[in-house]
Design a protein around this ligand. Structure first.
Ligand code: DGL
Length: 350
């Protein structure tokens, strides 16, 4: 009997020892992008995104194995200019299973930078966990001189294992910086330092394999989001119309004729329409297509009831969301309601 007790104590101590030394379980989901891109020569800027598979990306950064118990899966292998609703829905559902059913402690997503900000915001509204979800990409292909992908992947894993990143919503990790999903924006076509965090700046940074947070998001996200894609197999159709002097109303008319569910205006200034486009927008709203006013200006809010009487026309003002993110929120809002005042509340909260 005494030996059995001693054996039980030894087994328990072993289990506790193993669990205390166990590394966080991190899943890396690959979707393509320049981080998986290959250039014709290491010095060439000519390259093709989405060429290299997830295991090659992981093998290129063996140091991540010191940070976490790493495993990977390839969802798609595309340039993110080809990102679409189908991949978004698969990605959000897969992340929720990994974090809520398969016991993973965090997820890293390798992704192209062109639409990374949109995917990050979509996941910010649909991931049902406060565990870290971190997107990483690169501006130079995998075989370029001074490729930036391996360091970005290492830093993203460092953030994903960091308790400081829990409850921060979905993050992007590029160039040693951590950016939150709502404010992250790609600002430069070729620079490695392309991502910025809008007026509030970056949310944190990763240095020497450690994540350091500088601020916390003040908008609803992840576990505090009421949007749920679990039962959705498609998303409402929302288009974006770009505004400019003497703007043609044809693009907005085309969305109306195609029975889109919503239209976002990337308007001039504080989300203003050209007069001919305004007339089409009023007709669209009256026919049940929700109009959201955003702005082509890179910074500054699109304000409610400013030069446009939103209350009169039942338009929604995008407030702090740029056109591409206003589109994401409008798509998800339309899965819950078509009431313009309810939708405006979502733009105030998310
Ligand atoms: N094709 C672009 C994309 O996949 C390249 C940009 C990048 O990933 O840095 O987003």
């Amino acid at each position: 009997m005494k030996h059995i007790k001693l054996l039980a104590v030894a087994v328990m101590a072993l289990c506790i020892g193993v669990s205390l030394n166990a590394k966080p379980k991190i899943r890396i989901i690959a979707t393509g992008g320049t981080i998986a891109g290959v250039s014709t020569t290491s010095a060439s800027s000519a390259y093709t995104a989405g060429q290299v598979g997830i295991q090659t990306l992981i093998d290129a950064v063996p140091q991540i194995l010191q940070l976490a118990d790493i495993s990977g899966e390839q969802l798609v292998n595309i340039g993110s200019q080809d990102m679409n609703d189908e991949v978004w829905l698969k990605l959000a559902k897969r992340i929720n299973v990994l974090l809520n059913e398969e016991g993973y402690d965090g997820v890293v997503i390798t992704h192209g930078t062109d639409t990374m900000e949109e995917t990050a915001y979509f996941l910010n509204l649909t991931v049902k966990s406060d565990k870290p979800v971190v997107l990483a990409g690169s501006m130079r292909p995998s075989n370029a001189i001074s490729a930036d992908g391996p360091a970005n992947l290492y830093n993203a894993v460092a953030a994903a294992v960091s308790p400081a990143c829990k409850g921060m919503g979905v993050l992007c990790c590029m160039n040693n910086q951590l950016l939150d999903a709502k404010t992250v924006i790609k600002t430069h076509t070729i620079d490695c330092d392309t991502f910025e965090g809008g007026p509030s700046g970056i949310i944190g940074y990763v240095y020497n394999g450690e994540a350091h947070m500088l601020q916390t998001p003040n908008n609803r996200h992840t576990v505090n989001s009421e949007f749920d894609v679990a039962k959705l197999d498609k998303l409402p159709r929302v288009g974006i119309v770009y505004g400019y002097a003497n703007c043609s109303p044809l693009p907005m008319k085309a969305f109306v004729d195609a029975n889109f569910d919503g239209i976002v205006l990337a308007g001039v200034g504080d989300g203003n329409f050209y007069k001919d486009v305004f007339d089409v927008a009023v007709g669209a709203q009256n026919s049940g297509i929700q109009i959201v006013r955003s702005s082509r200006c890179p910074t500054g809010p699109t304000c409610l009831n400013s030069e446009v009487d939103d209350a009169k026309y039942h338009f929604v003002a995008a407030l702090d969301l740029n056109p591409q993110k206003a589109r994401v929120l409008l798509m998800l809002a339309l899965t819950k309601t078509h009431d313009w005042q309810e939708i405006q509340k979502y733009f105030m909260e998310y």
